[in-house]
Design a protein around this ligand. Sequence first.
Ligand code: GTP
Ligand code: MG
Length: 195
Amino acid sequence: MKITTADFTISAVSPKQYPASQDPEIALVGRSNVGKSSLINKFLNRKGLARTSSQPGKTQTLNFYHINKAWYFVDLPGYGFARVSKELKARWGKFIEEYLRERRQLVGVIQIIDIRHPPTKDDLAMYEWLVHYQLPTLIVATKADKISRGQWLSHVKTIKTELKLDSQVPLIVFSSETGTGLEELHRWVEERMDR
Ligand code: GTP
Ligand code: MG
């Protein structure tokens, strides 16, 4: 997919603020600091468009990016960030859930998992939730540059086993540093657009 334009549209804290457009949307979910915003930047080849940080909890709102004036990437706040209050966590959870459950423009969800570690309880809960709501899902095992290529397969196996990944659900090994898996990612997004 050729990226001609990529514009930040809005940082939404309530459904009223979501874009009024009917364009399809692809959402990114994953633990705080796993690399959601970095993946967006790599995908778009726009370095600072989505704000990234080595501090977890950078993205705290739903951020909409309009791509080629045709579809949106929606960067969601990360889950599993310990340094926020229970109340705030519950509110975030509800907010994210509401979006994923009710947004009719949503055509696919990219769940990002750190390839280095087995999925967390939160990762598993998220995945089961996506299965339950039958949202077309892509699993991205990111930060692949942090382990040797020879370890990829066994780490991917662990992720598949622990999540009890359905054989229909695609998984891509990815790195925002090196661009590993970028072509496959583009292909999956394109497929979602032609649905
Ligand atoms: P929140 O907004 O806090 O939920 O985090 P996020 O999931 O958007 O993560 P972000 O993209 O901000 O990345 C977090 C940190 O991980 C940053 O320091 C990134 O540079 C780093 N990072 C992200 N992806 C990769 C990757 O593929 N390889 C390496 N080596 N570092 C990465
Ligand atoms: Mg982020």
